[in-house]
Design a protein around this ligand. Structure first.
Ligand code: MLT
Length: 331
């Protein structure tokens, strides 16, 4: 009898403990955020992911009443920063701006990847679609995409292409370009396409594939050449740049995206507050103008939110895995 009483007492204690923990978590979620939030950008400052992160973080800070502090954690094509984010406490105070590379292509490129985009992350929401362009240094000897392709094919052993590390958007989309053209130029890694663009402006590298938000001002001022954009339609911010289909390379159809993620296990109430703040940012006129001027594609309500992002990640893993496997490139 005494044993049963002791067991019942212990069980009651455990249940009370769990209830208290649950109540604490709810209180914490209700009180969220009560201090600044770290937003990990897994690439160098000044590049496309950093640009999108800073534009939405500004407005989200106002909505949430706490600063979103950008921390650039670079390396390994963005997987270093993503691993840091995955390992952070799931309390909403560390989130990440991931993208098509870190949260899709990396799965096939890194067989020993420390995280899985769906199993180890909770989605917050899509921030911006970022079409990818084929660009080259100002004095690249080709007037259009056809001549570019012919020149690269004829000189690929002398060509070098910049990228932001294995697993990045610039690496993955140029992997597709190289397989379409049947070439293997020398790949020059940088900590992001911010610094890679500087090397292109300086003529230290010949070409790269990059996200539009990093390129619009330099293309508009003629400091670099743009041969084609990988979307079905031309982009309003660059009306003179043909689609790759128009320019004769329909196989190069690529549009990247940047999205917010939290470590798996982040309370639902906290995720909802972050998703709501992101959505409010994307509805704000000032935020929209900054993103649209840089050629972003702002997701409509049907593409926002947690479930839509999970669907996108699943479809992008399915899209890029065969491309990467066919290239034979893995880390
Ligand atoms: C960056 O912000 O530098 C890019 O997103 C890098 C890339 O993925 O190409």
């Amino acid at each position: 009898m005494r044993i049963v009483t002791r067991l019942v007492t212990r069980l009651a204690g455990a249940i009370a403990g769990l209830a208290a923990l649950g109540a604490l978590a709810t209180a914490q979620a209700q009180n969220y955020p009560n201090r600044p939030i770290t937003l990990i950008v897994p690439f160098a400052a000044g590049g496309p992911t950093d640009i999108v992160a800073r534009i939405v973080a500004d407005h989200m800070s106002k909505t949430l009443g706490q600063q979103l502090v950008i921390e650039n954690v670079v390396g390994a094509g963005g997987t270093t920063g993503s691993t840091r984010a995955m390992r952070a406490a799931p309390d909403g105070y560390t989130i990440e701006m991931g993208h098509m590379g870190t949260h899709a292509a990396a799965v096939a490129l890194y067989p020993k990847l420390a995280y899985h985009p769906i199993k180890n992350f909770d989605p917050i929401g899509l921030a911006a679609g970022t079409p990818v362009l084929i660009v080259a240094k100002k004095d690249f000897p080709a007037k259009d995409l056809k001549e570019f392709a012919a020149y690269v094919k004829a000189n690929s052993d002398k060509m070098n292409a910049a990228h932001a590390g294995v697993g990045s958007v610039s690496f993955t989309s140029c992997l597709l370009l190289n397989s379409v053209l049947g070439v293997k130029p020398t790949a020059i890694p940088f900590q992001g396409t911010g610094p890679a663009l500087n090397a292109l402006l300086g003529g230290q590298v010949d070409f790269m594939c990059d996200q539009i938000v990093n390129l619009v001002p330099q293309i508009q001022s003629g400091n670099i050449k743009a041969y084609g954009i990988g979307t079905a339609e031309r982009n309003p911010s660059l009306p003179d740049v043909p689609t790759t289909k128009e320019a004769g390379l329909p196989e190069f159809e690529v549009s990247a995206w940047n999205a917010l993620f939290a470590p798996k296990g982040t309370p639902k109430e906290v995720l909802d507050k972050l998703s709501d703040a992101l959505s409010k940012a994307l509805d704000d006129e000032g935020v929209r103008k900054r993103l649209l001027d840089l050629g972003s594609d702002i997701p409509g309500p049907d593409r926002r939110g947690q479930a839509a992002l999970n669907k996108l990640v699943e479809s992008e893993i399915a899209r890029w895995t065969p491309v990467i496997q066919a290239s034979g490139v893995t880390q």
